[in-house]
Design a protein around this ligand. Structure first.
Ligand code: S1T
Ligand code: MG
Length: 542
């Protein structure tokens, strides 16, 4: 039975697991947003600027371990969001980009169409570079196959996809959009691979498990928990994977960050003779600052649909099939001594200035007193400080490293989960998307936001201390919070930070912003070592 295309599309998105839409309408998307609003098939949260729409959808997708939707208008809207979708692509987040577009009549004028760049196809061509599949819904007969294909790719690759919807197609009668099953795995290839890996682990003197974001994207944390229990081996996360397994009983030894992390963790990972890397993104932020690097002969990398042992690869092996095959096949081992990092707690609430380590202590004390909160971090020293938070659900741009992610991602997390969220963001990044907090009142969101206010692009200063452009003006973010509809708290000492956090935790219904005054040049040891690691990496490759 045929339905209006807009309705069929929204029903298909919901059937594929979407639970909400983040959006910002415009002329070419007005019919789409009208259908969204009138049908109520999916709740839609509008924000103030398209980068935030993309970041919020990305965070929601990571939380759901399934698709989320970013709906925008053509040109000015969608092209505004390219950076956020690129971040989702790099960090394996399944965001469905839904862009309005000119209709047949708009295209037939022979005139340039408003919001058009070089050509009417330019937007599609640009989005080809930051999505794994694309569909233009200009032929209603082809809509079911095109949409079911891109949604299947979105799930299979856990990457963004792009759907372009001409404004005059919303009411076209459309056949139901079917669910497209994923290709079954080749059982013989899977068995051969599992056998080889199980043997490698059985023969190893010191097998170690390193987990990355894909184990969350594909909902495998429970299967990995079973694998760790069975193997009894040490497990660590990558920098991007911080917070993985936080809700399980698995004793995670810490976060591997090479010279930027705990030396005992770096030694355990880099000395392993069978380093099983599950769902790990092979990126410089995960492995750049390594001490002696990881010997590829000792590495078993299961990620991006392949399993590589040493110098040979099994192709088309979805991570879920591999992990579940391994759990069934491996022989139990006795549990060795586990290396564990101990996150700092017990803030000394005195008149001392606030350092990044104090910040980690204060947050961990808050978590111990009131329960761990999901955390959204921006890029800057806040993300390195977040590595010292007690393990909890964490979304951060650890690989793509874009600023502007933190506040919109925190909003996306609360919209998607209903849980109160902690957001950590630098003053520079807050200037980009912190204003999105003005939308919290409309939707009842009340995150706790900590601004690391060092009046500086401090992470850049760590790389290039001689540049004066890193000096920012000292802004009063507590005052700005009041204007945006929240409560602002200034904190210049450890005692004031502790008090501000307690007050924020006790206040619900309005976002709470803590303007934490920090000192230029005072950065976390992790950031210092991370910069050193990158400088060594660059020296090596010059
Ligand atoms: N623009 C965007 C959208 N993302 C970026 N990552 C950058 C520029 C480059 C950049 C960093 S870190 C940084 C910039 C500008 C400064 C961050 O300042 P702030 O938010 O105040 O945090 P902190 O003072 O803790 O450093 C990375 C290297 O790419
Ligand atoms: Mg700063």
């Amino acid at each position: 039975m045929k339905k209006e295309l807009g309705v069929a599309l929204l029903e298909a998105l919901k059937a594929e697991g979407a639970q909400e839409i983040f959006g910002l309408p415009g002329d070419f998307a007005l019919p789409l947003f009208k259908t969204i609003e009138e049908t109520g098939i999916l709740p839609c949260y509008t924000l103030s600027h398209e980068p935030a729409v993309g970041f919020a959808a990305d965070a929601a997708a990571r939380l759901h371990r399934g698709i989320s939707v970013a709906a925008v208008t053509y040109g000015a809207g969608a092209l505004n969001m390219v950076n956020a979708v690129a971040a989702a692509y790099s960090e394996r987040s399944p965001v469905v980009v839904l862009s309005g577009a000119p209709g047949a009549a708009d295209r037939a004028t022979g005139l340039g169409v408003h919001h058009q760049a070089k050509r009417l196809r330019s937007q599609l061509e640009i989005y080809r570079e930051v999505t794994c599949a694309q569909a233009v819904l200009d032929d209603v007969e082809r809509v079911p196959e095109r949409v079911s294909h891109v949604l299947a790719r979105c799930r299979a690759e856990s990457r963004p996809v792009y759907i372009e919807l001409p404004r005059d197609m919303l009411s076209a009668p459309c056949a139901p959009i079917p669910h497209q099953a994923l290709e079954p795995v080749n059982a013989q290839v899977l068995e051969a691979c599992v056998e080889e890996v199980a043997d490698r682990i059985a023969e190893a003197r010191h097998p170690v498990l390193l987990v990355g974001v894909e184990i969350r994207r594909y909902g495998l944390e429970r299967a990995v928990e079973a694998l760790v229990r069975k193997l009894g081996i040490e497990v660590f996360t990558t920098f991007m994977g911080r917070g993985l397994l936080a809700e399980s009983n698995t004793p995670v030894g810490g976060t591997y960050m090479g010279i930027a992390g705990d030396p005992a963790v770096a030694d355990a990972v880099e000395s392993s003779d069978a380093l099983l890397m599950l769902g790990v993104i092979m990126a410089d932020s995960n492995f750049g600052p390594s001490v002696d690097g990881i010997d590829p002969r000792n590495a078993i990398i299961a990620a991006d649909g392949e399993v590589t042992l040493g110098f040979h690869t099994y192709n088309e092996l979805p991570l879920a099939d591999f992990v579940e095959g391994l759990v069934r096949r491996v022989d139990p081992r006795t549990a060795p001594a586990i290396v564990t990092e101990v996150p700092p707690t017990g803030l000394i609430a005195d008149d001392g200035v606030i350092t990044p380590r104090d910040m980690a202590c204060a947050v961990n004390d808050l978590f111990e007193a009131h329960g761990r909160m999901p955390v959204a971090s921006d890029m800057g020293d806040c993300i390195f400080t977040a590595m010292d938070f007690l393990p909890t659900r964490l979304v951060a741009p650890g690989y793509y490293a874009t600023m502007g992610f933190g506040v919109p991602a925190g909003i996306g997390l609360q919209a998607a989960s209903g849980d109160r969220v902690l957001i950590v963001v630098g003053d520079g990044a807050f200037q980009m998307t912190g204003w999105e907090l003005l939308n919290c009142g409309r939707y009842g969101w009340d995150p706790i936001v900590i601004v690391f206010n060092n009046a500086s692009w401090e992470m850049l200063r760590a790389f290039q201390p001689e540049s004066r452009f890193n000096d920012l003006d000292l802004l009063n973010f507590a005052q700005i919070a009041e204007t945006l509809g929240g409560d602002g708290h200034s904190a210049s000492t450890r005692a004031e930070l502790k008090t501000a956090l307690e007050r924020a935790a006790a206040t619900r219904g309005r976002f709470q912003l803590i303007d934490a005054r920090m000192t230029r040049g005072d950065i976390s040891p992790r950031l210092t070592s991370f910069v050193t690691g990158f400088q060594r990496l660059r020296a090596r490759t010059q």
